[in-house]
Ligand binder design. Structure first.
Ligand SMILES: [Zn+2]
Length: 298
């Protein structure tokens, strides 16, 4: 199942780093090439506020939802805040939460958005206001009887908010593989952080991923996996600083989905970043994650 969120908000006008078009183009590409059918898509409702408050502070949610965050806080978040923006964020949150619930029977879910891993308990940054994977993980732990969750975060930027929000929760293992010299410069501590040197290429990248996935799974047996599958690891990415090819990115997805298949557990993928100058590269990289996931899992 695929959660789609129609776009009606825009990031900071002076900020050209956030390609909103991909959220419209990717579903079209998936339909065009036959990877997905219309019936695979849902447009999620809005997340219940009590589920926001189960992981975010009441004070932060109050100020965020009443548009009371300062200009500086809004700039750090990457967006000019509006009711429409908050509403879209709630739908993205519900998208990941609902996909997780449905993946318990359907095995695989993709959110065309989300992966908002820079959101903390009481603040947002880097285009993330609320943390969808933490909200959905908490829902699985408290409502669905799931006891062990693995978060695989392969976006080029560290999942700093996710790491901080879950640092005291033994039920969730947070794994982030990210650029050593990339944002956020001050890293948080995940259960496992693998820092990548600038310019790293396919072979070394895939070797590290394979080795560390094996190591995690030798001591932690998840019942559920979230995959933050950002494609800002591509060599073409404006922000990524790495040297991974399109094929290497596909092999990355294959390693993750092969592990998921062997464990025979549900997986929900959230999109994360992707800032290549050519929008076709961003859409192709995301589309190949969908292709590999569907081919491997279903
Ligand atoms: Zn990123």
């Amino acid at each position: 199942m695929i959660a789609f969120h129609p776009i009606f908000v825009h990031p900071l006008p002076e900020n050209h780093r956030f390609p909103m078009e991909k959220y419209e183009l990717l579903p079209k590409q998936l339909l065009h090439e036959g990877t997905a059918n219309e019936s695979d898509f849902i447009v999620p409702d809005s997340l219940e506020i009590e589920k926001v408050l189960s992981v975010h502070s009441a004070d932060y949610w109050d100020r965020l939802s009443n548009l009371q965050l300062s200009d500086r806080e809004q700039r750090v978040s990457g967006f000019v805040h509006s009711q429409e923006l908050i509403q879209r964020e709630l739908c993205i949150m519900e998208g990941t939460r609902r996909l997780a619930e449905e993946a318990l029977t359907k095995k695989l879910g993709f959110n065309i958005a989300g992966g908002t891993h820079h959101a903390f308990v009481d603040r947002g940054e880097g285009f993330c206001l609320l943390n969808d994977q933490v909200i959905a993980a908490n829902d699985l732990l408290t409502q669905q009887g799931i006891q062990k969750i693995l978060i695989i975060d392969l976006d080029v930027h560290q999942g700093n908010g996710t790491a901080a929000m879950l640092q005291d929760d033994d039920r969730v293992f947070t794994f982030s593989m990210h650029g050593r010299n990339n944002y956020p410069l001050q890293k948080e501590q995940s259960n496992l952080d693998v820092e990548l040197d600038d310019g790293i290429q396919d072979k070394a990248y895939l070797h590290l991923l394979s080795e560390h996935l094996d190591r995690i799974l030798s001591s932690f047996t998840p019942e559920f996996i979230f995959y933050q599958c950002g494609v800002d690891i591509l060599a073409s990415d404006k922000l990524g600083k790495l040297g991974v090819s399109m094929k290497g990115c596909q092999e990355r997805d294959r390693l993750v989905f092969d592990a998921v298949r062997q464990l025979n557990v549900p997986v929900v993928c959230t999109m994360g970043g992707g800032y290549s100058p050519q929008i076709k590269d961003i859409v192709e990289a995301h589309a190949q994650t969908f292709r590999v996931g569907m081919h491997t899992i279903l």
